[in-house]
Design a protein around this ligand. Structure first.
Ligand SMILES: CCCC(=O)SCCNC(=O)CCNC(=O)[C@H](O)C(C)(C)COP(=O)(O)OP(=O)(O)OC[C@H]1O[C@@H](n2cnc3c(N)ncnc32)[C@H](O)[C@@H]1OP(=O)(O)O
Length: 312
């Protein structure tokens, strides 16, 4: 009897712990802690010493779509230190945006992003600062990828170095006809450090990833589609017409097919995909059970059950 009670207590504690783990995983979890030497405030202060550019966020209440713009056109949208801090702030804002369904990540003035600002890189080229920047950006981009929003990188012009890594933190990549994604890290004597290698392997497989990193290959839309890095190519000519918003409008339309419907359902779909993508099967199944519980018997579910549903 006593033994049975103890088993139930231990099991109860285990279930509570695992359900708390997967619940907090679904919401927000940092990759690194103080135990890893991760002191975010100290890193933010260091990064803010390299100003320039901005990361702009526009949220649209009616559509549930947000547009995140990497904005530093005089440096081909390279990330200054201050922009890295702003990126993290924007991700925090999006984590709190409970009505959101979709996110477009793009660069200003017709090009995506040329990676980290080489002036800042030169100034923090010592190993300690490099590790801090690496942890900070891995954390920010992992949180971006885990947002309960269907995200797409709109790649116009070039996505180079850290810019190519940023594109992999989105669920999808849309390329304009003349655009290029290139992991130029090898030419800089580097490998990706913003999580781009780990994500690339999951996206295109280890052999293609090794080709892209080892050869610093230029991925045009045709190659991107062939290896599964790109999910679509926007129409010929649209961005060159002097109409800067044309590519963005096409991306919004492309994304809307995946974001139509109630926010709680779209967000739940992204959550189960995120947990399936990242967690071992047993944990992913538990996370899925929890997310399922948020929509089962919910408003959209009851509405669908009340109607005469036919999926033709
Ligand atoms: C873990 C992260 C690792 C990284 O991200 S390392 C950084 C990787 N990125 C790079 O090395 C990009 C180097 N830049 C380039 O290759 C070329 O500038 C690029 C982007 C192909 C554009 O070429 P062009 O169209 O000929 O234009 P351009 O060279 O005259 O550039 C216009 C202005 O932008 C600047 N720029 C471009 N990328 C930059 C960067 N990453 N950091 C700092 N400044 C950057 C470039 O220096 C130039 O400025 P300025 O007009 O000479 O004052």
């Amino acid at each position: 009897m006593l033994q049975n009670t103890m088993v139930i207590c231990v099991l109860g504690r285990y279930l509570l712990k695992s359900s708390l783990c997967s619940r907090s995983w679904c919401r927000k979890s940092s990759l690194y802690s103080a135990g890893h030497g991760f002191q975010p405030e100290e890193i933010r202060e260091k990064l803010r010493a390299f100003p320039g550019g901005a990361v702009d966020l526009l949220t649209q209440g009616e559509t549930g779509l947000a547009v995140l713009t990497v904005n530093n056109p005089s440096r081909m949208n390279a990330f200054s230190g201050a922009m890295m801090v702003e990126l993290e702030e924007r991700v925090s804002q999006l984590e709190s945006w409970t009505q959101g369904k979709g996110l477009i990540v793009r660069g200003a003035a017709g090009t995506f992003c040329s990676g980290s600002d080489l002036n800042a890189v030169r100034a923090i080229s010592n190993p300690q600062d490099g590790m801090k920047m690496c942890m900070f950006m891995q954390d920010a981009l992992t949180r971006l990828q885990r947002l309960p929003l269907v995200s797409v990188a709109l790649v116009e012009g070039r996505a180079l170095g850290g810019g190519s890594e940023l594109s992999t933190a989105c669920d999808f990549r849309l390329m304009t006809p003349d655009s290029v994604i290139q992991f130029v890290h090898k030419h800089m004597g580097l490998v990706p450090g913003w999580g781009g290698a780990a994500r690339l392997v999951r996206l295109v497989g280890d052999r293609h990833a090794l080709r892209l990193l080892g050869g610093a290959l230029k991925v045009d839309p045709e190659l991107g589609l062939r290896i599964g890095l790109a999910d679509g190519v926007l129409e010929e000519g649209a961005p060159q017409d002097g109409d800067e918003g044309a590519a963005l409008r096409q991306a919004e339309e492309w994304l809307s097919r995946y974001t139509k419907g109630p926010a709680e359902v779209i967000r739940a779909a992204k959550r189960v995909v995120s947990s399936g993508r990242e967690l071992p099967l047993t944990e992913a199944l538990r996370a899925e059970k929890e997310v399922f519980g948020t929509v089962w018997g919910g408003e959209a579910n009851l509405r669908a059950l009340a109607g005469k549903t036919k999926h033709k």
